[in-house]
Design a protein around this ligand. Structure first.
Ligand code: OAD
Length: 250
């Protein structure tokens, strides 16, 4: 795979990079993307119908069980070459911010450090009432496990449709997107706000926008460079090209 030399030149003279990732980055680790149809037991539900406060209010056990199933599915999953290429990227650039919509924790698992988890983390569980975090609950219970402090129902610490994003993370993501010289949008359909607007914030502030995706998205016509394919293949190839052109640190 070859990349335009102009882009490589831009990258080599840049110090501030922001990256937004979505479910596509974890696809090669074996995880389904958000908008893929679901398997087996869950095939009749749309994820978007389960990931909401209304769904939890209507049928908390159904929503709890779906997340318990997803937590279990993630347990044996490992980062892929795309995750590791982003760790390399972080080590190369002076200011690097990795903004992710993924709740699977795979970026940190791979070794990325400056990670903003905009939609939370599925492995963390907290009370839906008093927000106290807990690491112990009865997974076999017939009912949704309850908070030891206030008896509220436990829930995953993820952002559901209609809920606000964590304020500090969102502010840092907007700041990094506005300040970066190159912005990458990787493996995201770019249809969920406010994450989707970050690429536009970057572009409006003069940043070069690069997209890597298996398919074109609504963002594609607006980007400076679009690379169609798997992030687990394109990202390592890009990092290799950057490195072979010049071994000196940036
Ligand atoms: P989506 O499932 O909407 O999109 C996944 C994107 O990854 C698609 O554009 C695919 O073409 C692309 N893709 C698939 N495999 C790929 C690969 N190997 N390499 C590169 N690209 C690949 O997931 P997100 O955009 O992450 O929010 O969804 C955003 C948010 O919507 C999620 O965080 C979730 C969801 O509703 C909440 O739960 C709040």
């Amino acid at each position: 795979m070859t990349f335009p030399s102009e882009l490589i030149k831009i990258l080599k003279s840049s110090t501030r990079i922001a990256v937004l990732t979505g479910a596509g980055v974890s696809q090669e680790s074996g995880l389904k993307t958000f908008r893929d149809s679901q398997d087996g037991l869950w095939a009749k539900y749309k994820p978007t119908d389960l990931a909401s406060p209304e769904a939890f209010a209507r049928d908390p056990k159904l929503v709890w069980d779906w997340y318990a199933w997803r937590r279990e599915a993630i347990k044996g999953v490992r980062p892929n070459q795309g995750h590791y290429a982003l760790v390399e990227m972080e080590n190369k650039f002076l200011e690097f911010t990795l903004i992710t919509q993924n709740v699977d924790g795979l970026h940190r698992f791979a070794g990325s450090k400056n990670v903003l988890e905009l939609h939370g983390n599925i492995n963390l569980v907290r009370c839906s009432e008093c927000r106290t975090f807990t690491e112990e609950w009865d997974e076999e219970s017939e009912l949704v496990p309850q908070c030891k402090k206030c008896n509220g129902l436990l829930r995953p610490d993820v952002v559901w449709f209609g809920e606000s994003l964590p304020r500090a993370e969102l502010e840092s993501a907007v700041t990094a997107s506005r300040a970066c010289q190159v912005f990458f949008s990787i493996g995201t359909s770019g249809v969920v706000q406010p994450a989707a607007s970050l690429a536009h914030a970057a572009r409006n502030n003069g940043s070069i926008v690069v997209e890597i995706n298996a398919e074109p998205t609504p963002l594609t016509p607006k980007v400076d460079y679009f690379f169609q394919g798997k992030s687990g293949e394109i990202l390592p190839a890009l990092m290799k090209e950057i490195k072979t052109m010049d071994d000196r640190p940036f």
